[in-house]
Every structure is written in C-alpha cells, then in structure tokens.
Design a protein around this ligand. Structure first.
Ligand code: NAD
Length: 498
C-alpha cells in the first residue's frame, strides 16, 4: 500500500507517529493509500525547518522570489495532466473540473509573481523640515495554512503563494482526504528553486492543527473549511497571539427575477448546483424564484434537467459530475435529503437510489431537487455540501433580498434579471460578501479578494488579491531626518510638524 508521509526540509519524509488515515478512490470505494498523521513532534520539526529557512528567504530580493513562482508556473504546465488525474483520483471531481481547480490556484501564483510591485511602500518627501516619512512591508516569519478537501490544489496555492512571495516561510496542513497533490506541488517548488524549508507540508488531523495553532513560532494562520472548525481555529489562534483568517461554510442563494432569461438561469443553476457534486463553497444550494409564475416555470424546467444529469467516474470525460469524496460524506448528504422529506419539503427529484453500473461501491449520488422549502427547515439553514438544490419561493423582490441577507452564512449570492435598477439595488443592499449578476459562481479573480461575510468568514482580511499581501506582511513606518545635523535642542512636547 502506498504511504504518504510529510514534506519537511525540502524532501519527503516518512511519518513516524504510527497513526494513519485512509485515502480512498471515491470511484470504487477502495483504499488506495495510507496518509501519515503527524505527531506534535513532527509538526515541530516542520516549524523548525521553516524557521531556519525564513531569514535567508526574506533577504532574497523580491524579483528572485518572484522568479521561483514563475518557474513553478512552468513546471505545473508541464505536469498539468498528471496533477489533474491525481487530484480526480482522490477527490472524485471530473478531470476537467480538476484542471479548473489547478488553474484557479495558478492564477494566484501569477498574482504573486507581481510581488516586487505589490510590496512597494509609501513615501512622503519633506513631510517636515528635512524629514521624510515612509512605510515598508516586511514578512511575518513562519506562517501556516490549513486547507479543506474540496480544492486540494487551488486553496493551498491561494495560501502559500502570496505568503512565500512576501518572504515568509510556510507550513501547510492539507486535507487528509486528498493529500497527494499538495505533496507533489511541494516537490515542484523545490525543482523551481525554492530553498528547502521555505514550504513544508505536514499531513494529519487535529493534533497537527493544534500544534500549528499553539506553537509561538507560527506568526499567522490561514484556514479554509467548515464554519465550526473555522470558529475553533480563529479563537484558538487568536488566543495564542497569532494573526488569523478563517473562511467557512456557505449557503449560496440565486435569486431568479420574473424578467430573467429563464433558460440562462436554469443552465446556471444546473452547473452551479450540481457541478463537483455540489462540493463547492460557492455552489448554489438555494434557488429563489420571485413570484408564483416564475417559480412554476423554473421548477418545470429544472426537473428534467436534474433527472438527466450524467453522473460518472471522475475519469469519464462526458460526466457532469463524479462521486462524492467519501462514504461518510455521501451518507451525510443522503441523510439531509431524508430530513428534508420529514420536514415537509417536496422532493421533486430523488437521486438517493442512484447506482452506477460497474462502480457499485463508489460514492455516487443522483441529483436531488427540493421544492417548497421554507426558511425554518434545517435543510435550508444548514450546509449540505452535495448535489441537492432547494427551491425557496419568494412572493416579491424584498422577500428574496431578505433571505440571503438574514441567513447565517454569507459567502456568495447571485441575482438573475434583465433589469439594471434591480441588479444595482441588490448588489448594494444584500448582506453577503461576493455577489454575481447573471453570474452564478462569483469567485473573484486573483487580483480581487475572496471572502464571505457572517459565519462564512472570520477575521478582518480576505484571501488573495491585495488583502493577501496585507495579511502576510506587517507594516513598518519610518520617520527619517536628513541632514542629520539639525539641532533643535531637547523637545519635551510631542513632535508635531509645525
Ligand atoms: P473541514 O472543516 O472538515 O476540514 C478543513 C481542515 O480542517 C482540514 O485540513 C481538516 O483536517 C482540519 N480539521 C478537521 N477537523 C478538525 C478539528 N476538529 N480540529 C482541527 N482541525 C480540523 O472541511 P472540509 O470537509 O475539508 O471542507 C468542506 C468545507 O469547507 C465546507 O464547509 C465548505 O463550505 C468549506 N469551504 C469554504 C471555502 C471558503 O472559501 N469559504 C472554500 C472551500 C471550502
């Protein structure tokens, strides 16, 4: 059985804790590898390696740091097919979707290539007599990232690329469910010229995470995952004096106005609701048609589309989506569908019994569609994270606007309409972090920032874009007087620029 260890000090090392987790092939249900779970001591070794490497890396000029990122981009292009296949084999998403996962990560690496420009400080000449005032951004030291299973290439890159480009070193704790791509990425970075120890990968569970959260050498922690763990990471990291940003779960609504192009809206709901088996934090899980007529048309058009979704193994180029990541995830999603039926929602399409011939032990699930879901139901309040779309009928625009605004999650939201006034009012008033207009999955591009509101995001700064540079650096401000010989005598009052 293949064993996945850790990546410490520039090379792969075996796990020594004696604890392992199973890495499944979600297409077949077979265990395909064992991943080592790091002990406190092993994580401390990774932190020590990161601490030793960081000063020289910070002293390397930003253009040279950027060149490592540029070379890394080339190497990933060389291995794109292999990486996508590896990713799909552990996650279960289709190869095309895995390519998108890698690509959206690379776009943040491309952004990080601009680090010489992004790190430029401010300068005010002659802010006072002979006095220049300026600010500079300096790295924090050792930083860490804890990432989820659903984007095993993209989210690690969103974390380490800006952190490293800013001159930090980094310890990554990827998801134990699909750890192989992060391990391969670490090797590629060494090939790209990253000095050993600047990026370390420790695999594992809570023990590894808790070590990163409590070790005083780690200065900042970035997390992406479910909201309950995000809250824990945020509270624990902050209590240990670290800078922390955590991105959590979601319940993304898509409002369909009566004037929307209904075919476009249905296409959008099918792709954003069921793509990647709904295992995306920006998946649309709630459709909100406005007015009874809109709802009836929408549901009538959705039913045959959900019934005809093509579900296949992740290697099937014709499949719309593949299996869920683990049996536990599959069972959890099915139990939410059972719950919705008990709560009185109308199950218009039931995909619970779906079986794929030749893959009977895989974690496949057919698409489910609920109609007449109400805000008091748990299937509306909680994140399901599977191929399940709920229709909540709103009587008018104001009710549709209130639903996402009052929901405890606030990651993404979309409105489909042909009316510019409505779209503008919606984007201004909705209480959600990322908004799409006739665009179902509004993940901002790498040079803007990504982040949800309410229980979808904890901390002050978003990830990637300019906020990433702010998060991974501290600002130093210098007041300098030249020529140095100016003599004003001792001043006992606070200096002011008179
Ligand atoms: P998860 O919370 O189970 O795990 C995330 C990470 O935390 C993993 O590395 C895991 O090993 C670690 N972890 C799990 N339990 C822990 C514990 N008790 N103590 C310390 N660490 C622990 O999330 P997941 O199932 O891997 O990912 C799916 C979730 O991530 C969904 O809720 C999804 O919405 C969310 N997500 C959010 C975003 C975003 O940007 N907001 C992006 C992607 C995924």
């Amino acid at each position: 059985m293949r064993e996945i260890g850790h990546f410490i000090g520039g090379k792969e090392v075996k796990g020594t804790s004696g604890r392992f987790g199973d890495v499944f092939n979600p297409n077949t249900g077979e265990v395909q590898a064992k991943v080592a779970f790091a002990s406190r001591g092993e994580v401390e070794q990774a932190i020590a390696s990161a601490e030793a490497a960081q000063p020289a890396w910070a002293a390397t000029n930003p253009q040279r740091r950027a060149r490592v990122m540029m070379k890394f981009l080339d190497l990933v292009q060389r291995e794109f097919d292999e990486l996508a296949a590896l990713l799909s084999s552990e996650h279960g998403k289709t190869i095309a979707d895995s390519r998108g996962d890698i690509q959206r990560g690379l776009e943040v690496v491309e952004f990080a290539c601009g680090i010489p420009h992004l790190l430029k400080g401010e300068f005010s000449e002659s802010a006072g007599p002979g006095i220049d005032l300026y600010s500079m951004r300096q790295p924090l030291g050792v930083t860490a990232g804890i990432t989820p299973f659903n984007f095993p290439a993209m989210i690690p890159m969103w974390k380490f690329a800006p952190a490293i480009a800013c001159g930090n070193s980094f310890v990554l704790k990827p998801s134990e469910r699909d750890p192989s791509v992060p391990m391969r990425i670490a090797q590629l970075l060494i090939e790209a010229g990253l000095p050993a120890g600047v990026l370390n990968v420790v695999n594992g569970d809570k023990e590894a995470v808790d070590t990163l959260l409590t070790d005083p050498r780690v200065r900042a922690v970035g997390f992406v995952g479910s909201s309950s763990i995000a809250e824990y990471i945020y509270a624990t990291g902050c209590a240990h004096g670290k800078r922390v940003q955590c991105f959590g779960g979601a319940k993304n609504h898509m409002i369909v106005m009566p004037d929307a192009d209904m075919d476009q809206a249905v296409d959008a709901l099918i792709g954003a609701g069921y793509g990647s088996a709904g295992e995306r934090c920006m998946a649309v899980s709630v459709a909100v048609p406005v007015g009874r007529k809109t709802a009836d048309i929408l549901v009538d058009k959705l039913i045959p589309r959900v019934e005809s979704l093509k579900i296949g193994p992740s290697t099937d180029a014709q499949a719309d989506y593949g299996p869920m990541v683990t049996r536990a995830q599959l069972e959890k999603v099915k139990s939410y569908v059972d719950l919705g039926v008990k709560e009185g929602a109308k199950l218009a399409v039931d995909g619970r019994g779906f079986k794929l011939q030749g893959y009977e032990n895989g974690y496949f699930m057919g698409g489910c569609l609920f109609d007449e879901v109400t805000p008091s139901m748990r299937i509306y309040k909680e994140e399901i994270f599977g191929p399940v779309l709920s229709v909540v009928r709103a009587k008018d625009y104001e009710e549709a606007l209130r639903l996402p605004s009052e929901h405890e999650y606030g990651n993404g939201v979309a409105i489909f309409t042909r009316d510019g006034d409505t779209a503008r009012d919606f984007t201004s008033r909705v209480n959600v972090g990322m908004v799409g207009v006739n665009f179902a999955i509004p993940v901002p591009l790498s040079y803007y920032t990504f982040g949800g509101w309410k229980r979808s995001g904890f901390g002050d700064l978003n990830q990637h874009g300019p906020d990433a540079v702010r998060f991974y650096t501290k600002t130093k401000t210098v007041t300098a007087r030249w020529p140095s010989g100016t003599k004003e005598g001792a001043e006992f009052v606070i200096p002011t620029m008179r």
